[in-house]
Design a protein around this ligand. Structure first.
Ligand code: HEC
Length: 193
């Protein structure tokens, strides 16, 4: 009987955790810690909601950063999709807990990190499908005006931001649209999966 109720409890807990990590940034949002804005989290970044009310949510961000450049948090060592960026090195170092340390093929030291921050609740969504559909449509509409729509797999996660930057001479995109397209292409890039 006790075993059964323990199993039941485990299933219940893992169920709620899975739902909690299923949120995503609908737009770029300021990161707040102890009442101060210390950086931002980029659109389409997956996060875990720790607690939430109508105005604010405490979120957990997990990612990787270079020991020598802790301001930037990226998806992983190979795929440098931007998750978050901080105002300076000290703030960045103080904001995250180091989970693990790695060395890449060039001898650079990386930290796997996690941290908790406050963001506005209206920047988060659990409706990933709708957000991705919107990102896909924005990409298709914006990037097929002058030439065939490029395949997202034509470039790697690390190559796409530069491709988009070079396109900025041709097309003026607002910051949100630009970052939405960059993140959409990175998440569907040649080496994304
Ligand atoms: C206003 C017209 C215009 C729009 C809109 C446009 N492009 Fe282009 N694109 C060009 C032109 C012109 C070239 C070829 C010349 C060049 O490379 O600059 C090109 C070339 C490219 C290339 C090939 C570059 C290479 O090195 O071979 C890629 C990739 C690309 N565009 C991606 C995009 C993406 C992604 C978007 C949407 C954000 C986009 N383009 C929107 C005009 C446009």
């Amino acid at each position: 009987m006790t075993y059964i109720s323990k199993i039941g409890l485990c299933l219940f807990l893992s169920g709620t955790l899975a739902i909690a990590s299923n949120s995503i940034l609908e737009k770029k949002s300021d990161l707040i810690q102890n009442g101060k804005t210390i950086g931002f989290v980029q659109i389409l970044t997956p996060v875990e909601i720790i607690k939430s009310n109508k105005e604010n949510s405490v979120i957990k961000i997990k990612g990787f950063r270079l020991e020598n450049y802790p301001q930037m948090i990226v998806r992983d060592i190979k795929r440098k999709e931007l998750y978050a960026e901080f105002k300076d090195e000290t703030i960045a170092n103080n904001s995250f807990k180091i989970l693990k340390t790695y060395e890449d093929e060039y001898g650079e030291v990386w930290h796997e990190v996690e941290g908790e921050f406050t963001v506005s609740t209206n920047t988060l969504t659990k409706d990933k499908d709708n957000l991705y559909l919107n990102a896909k449509k924005t990409y298709e509409r914006t990037c097929s005006m002058c030439h065939h729509l490029p395949l997202s797999t034509a470039y790697t996660v690390n190559q796409w931001p530069q491709q988009i930057e070079s396109m900025m001479e041709q097309v003026a995109l607002d910051d949100t649209t630009k970052n939405l397209i960059i993140k959409y292409l990175q998440q569907n890039a040649a080496d994304a999966k």
